[in-house]
Design a protein around this ligand. Structure first.
Ligand SMILES: Cc1cc2nc3c(=O)[nH]c(=O)nc-3n(C[C@H](O)[C@H](O)[C@H](O)COP(=O)(O)O)c2cc1C
Length: 381
């Protein structure tokens, strides 16, 4: 692996990322609070919001508006949209830009949730090439006047016998997307097994004029360099590897600058970040809701540290900042992370699971009609 030969700056439309690193949109995770921590560890990357549903945004849903909180110094403001109808996605794009100052819009065509694919949304939609093109084109045109780049994130396909990544990449390129990002698993795989980085290389070979970002299984900073060198991709999208480890973005910046990544922190450092994370969440959600949401982050932060079963159980029911502080103070700050724990998977690992498509879906490749009932109203799902 030689990162010194890989370009360090990535252009996505007018945006410049240095290092070429993107925080993957993750429902329930990539809140203002978590993005702030990640940005502080690794300024220079792109930090995408939780997924927002286009229709909920257009209909003025409160929960969706709450997800569009950004720090004053958060630049660029980046948001991910889910939608199945060109008109709604275009209007949502205009609102993101006009009402919330968003400077980068990512379109999600990789959601494997059965309730979504069974209706023809999410990872099922790339099969409908004409509709896909119409949605991407509508978002690109809605954003163009403000110079806001639109990117497209998708999976390899529905399953190994129904791959759509190359056609989706080419359509996104033709419709004016500023970059594409491939989660190198099929919808059927969900999160199981290893991501197929070869598929990222194939997409890179097929899409010549816009950047191709690779996504899947970056657990340590050096994985990012390996992915770029092995696949030729222009940048990386980091998901589960940073759960409970926002300092991964500092490690990524170091590695891209030719410096070694830091050793995993002793628990005292982790505890400080945990407190800050919970405080930031509480600023937005109020303490009870924030602490409830923080419990799964606590499990990720402590994964691998020998904090003991009692402390782990207590963190799983923590309900106030004071209680969190008391629990963390009682844990030995010198506890190290055993080396083997660095690569333990965190976050989703489920799958494979057969994907249900609407009846006759494969015959509708050129039908531009949006699927009925596939527009989930709950953002962040
Ligand atoms: C908790 C969680 C929530 C996710 N939510 C979204 C989402 O809202 N939109 C999206 O495009 N991908 C979502 N993903 C998928 C990630 O963005 C990413 O593509 C996937 O985790 C693979 O990358 P990784 O191996 O680095 O984790 C989610 C993943 C996780 C673990």
């Amino acid at each position: 692996m030689d990162l010194t030969t890989a370009p360090r700056t990535l252009a996505i439309g007018p945006l410049r990322l240095d290092p070429p690193v993107v925080l993957a949109p993750m429902a329930g995770v990539t809140t203002r609070a978590f993005r702030r921590l990640c940005r502080q560890f690794g300024p220079g990357g792109l930090y995408v919001s939780e997924m927002l549903t286009a229709r909920a945004l257009v209909e003025g849903n409160d929960r969706t508006a709450r997800m569009l909180r950004f720090d004053d110094d958060e630049r660029p403001r980046s948001a991910q949209l889910y939608g199945v109808a060109p008109g709604t996605v275009a209007e949502a794009t205009r609102r993101l830009i006009g009402d919330f100052g968003v400077e980068h819009v990512d379109l999600n065509f990789g959601c494997p949730a059965p309730k979504v694919t069974a209706k023809g949304g999410g990872a099922a939609l790339p099969i409908r090439r004409r509709l896909l093109a119409d949605i991407i084109g509508a978002a690109v045109r809605a954003a163009a006047g403000d110079g806001v780049p639109v990117t497209v994130k998708f999976r390899r396909g529905v399953h190994d016998g129904l791959l759509t990544a190359l056609s989706t990449g080419r359509i996104a390129e033709a419709e004016g997307a500023a970059a594409v990002a491939l989660h190198a698993r099929t919808a059927e795989q969900r999160y199981a097994g290893d991501a197929d980085w070869e598929a990222i290389a194939e997409l890179k070979a097929a899409v010549a004029t816009i950047p191709v970002l690779g996504n899947g299984d970056i657990w340590e900073a050096h994985d990012a360099g390996r992915m770029m060198v092995e696949t030729g991709c222009d940048g990386v999208v980091v998901g589960r590897g940073c759960l409970g480890r926002p300092w991964l973005f500092a490690d990524l910046a170091a590695v891209f600058a030719g410096r070694p990544a830091a050793l995993p922190p002793a628990f005292g450092v982790v505890a400080g970040v945990m407190r800050r994370h919970a405080e930031l969440l509480a600023e937005d959600e109020g303490e009870p809701t924030a602490l409830c949401a923080f419990r799964r982050h606590a499990a990720w932060y402590t994964q691998g540290y020998a904090i003991g079963a009692d402390a782990r159980r207590a963190l799983g029911t923590v309900s106030s900042l004071a209680e969190l502080a008391g629990l963390l103070d009682a844990i030995d700050p010198a506890l190290p992370l055993p080396p083997e724990a660095v690569r333990w998977k965190r976050g989703h690992t489920d799958g494979p699971r057969p994907v249900r498509l609407p009846d006759g879906w494969l015959r509708l490749v050129d039908d531009p009609t949006p699927p009925a009932g596939a527009e989930i109203l709950i953002s962040g799902g």
